[in-house]
Design a protein around this ligand. Sequence first.
Ligand code: ZN
Length: 169
Amino acid sequence: MAVTRGLHTVARDRRISVRRLTWLLVPGLLALSVVAARAPLPKGLDGMTLCLPVIGPVTRIDSTLSGRPRALAEIHERAHAAQCREMGAVRSYAAGLSIDGKLRSEANAFCAEAHWDLALGYPRENVLARIADELETAYGWTAGRSRGEIVAAIGAACPPLSARARAGD
Ligand SMILES: [Zn+2]
């Protein structure tokens, strides 16, 4: 009897401590998302999307952008926000630990930009070249990857820009 009560007590204590932890975690995450939504963007970034547990995606766009750069930044970050909602914060974080994972994520977001550019009538080759240029120069972690590897990653993540799609032109 005493043992049973003891077990119940342990179980209840654990439940309470998990609840307490949640109460500590949620305001912390809320504070983090407010800070993330208001802090100035790191220099040179048009936009960024944080993927937080419980809260979900928090997106910032450079407020000085307008016109086409702003539209592209919004489309790009919207794609990252969709990735965050689809994969969740933990899997998004894990994907960001490898260069291949980061490349897949970026190629997917640039593919959303590509759909926009193709709809506006930009030639497929030019859209592919612009995205490959950006991935090659604007992201330090792609330094070890060749142009061919970057183009292959874009093609894999973005059927409209893949070699097969281009061959069908
Ligand atoms: Zn991105």
